[in-house]
Design a protein around this ligand. Sequence first.
Ligand SMILES: NC(=O)c1ccc[n+]([C@@H]2O[C@H](COP(=O)([O-])OP(=O)(O)OC[C@H]3O[C@@H](n4cnc5c(N)ncnc54)[C@H](O)[C@@H]3O)[C@@H](O)[C@H]2O)c1
Length: 382
Amino acid sequence: MKGEMNSNLLKRIPIDFDGSSYEISLGRGIIGETGAMLAQKTKNRQVLVLYDAFLEKTIQSKLVSGLKAAGFEVFEHALPGGKINKNINEALKIFGVLESNDFSRDSTLIAVGGGVVGDLGGFVASTYLRGINLVQVPTTLMAMLDSSIGGKVAVNFRKTINAIGNYYHPVMNIIDLDFVTTLPFRDYKAGLAEAIKCAIISDRGFFDYLRDNTGQVMARSDEHLLNVLSRSIGIKVDHVKGDVKEGGKRLKLNYGHTLGHAIEISTENGQGETFRHGEGVAIGIMAAAYIARAYLKQAEDIYLAQNDILKSYELPVLVESARIGFDRAELIEECLKNVNKDKKRKDNRIRLVLSQAIGQSSVYPDVPFALIQEAFDHIIKE
Ligand SMILES: NC(=O)c1ccc[n+]([C@@H]2O[C@H](COP(=O)([O-])OP(=O)(O)OC[C@H]3O[C@@H](n4cnc5c(N)ncnc54)[C@H](O)[C@@H]3O)[C@@H](O)[C@H]2O)c1
């Protein structure tokens, strides 16, 4: 396979994270090639395809048939969509499938879905027999440009996001643009929130491009999709390289996440999530922008530029508590409780990533908690 270029393959991105090297293959209609590509990587022919239940048909017609044609014995396990299922009980079910079918150390788990399936499948692959091969096939924009890259794998536990997890890289990552076609507009926009975050923290040119091409980016043309993916993936890789375990530069990728996570988890209800991860990040970005404005004594324009770009991509910039069925005061209280639990806390102070200017950011280790309180008060409306 190496050296030759499948006509549907648009780009190959070589990755090397602390000695783990693999390739991201980006193309249209390439999922059927997964079997042939995997056959080059391992002699073992046992594979578990873990997939988002929504993708049943695509999995059968393209991925599974391709794997079988390449000589793999294929086991399948469907996971119902949504963050509520990124939990240890679902992980146990998958361990059960692997154990009862005698999966061995050099067998493979292919995770096909959004960030939920990728994080959960990656966690299982990283721990079963201390690690089996993992293939990431991200199917949401969020997973393509962010969660499938960088090796963070985890499940949520009670009210703590990614409480139980690991660092584990795949042996291949297949990004098939065909998946973007079926993605609901809401999920597409949620993925763009992470692209906008990448631009704010480190790339003014990318920010300007996103601001000036809203219509084309929203229309998902191949040209713009490839551009958004390549630039976001480039920024992600650049921040993870040399800092997989998040001691320095990688921390900046958490921009908007500390308060965003608290909002995401505090607004979950009996039915599941109120906000997509990317929507939580968008609101979290505006909370961070509010804090930066006060803490760094910034002029209004940096705050407004972030507000405007998020709004132009129809992303939420605040929480309307009554509309989503929450009492405002109680929700603020719950967010404060959950922000305290966030693992980015250090020595009981809140460490936050703030943007000094569009395209620039730093980690501030010691942001006063009163400002966090003020920020929730600002973005959570009646
Ligand atoms: N590991 C990391 O570095 C990292 C980074 C960012 C986010 N995350 C995690 O990612 C998760 C969110 O991921 P997500 O936003 O992809 O959510 P998701 O996996 O829940 O997918 C969103 C929705 O899209 C549906 N879907 C998936 N692919 C589809 C397709 N091709 N067509 C139509 N529908 C499709 C799913 O069924 C689901 O309803 C969160 O748990 C978050 O913590 C992890």
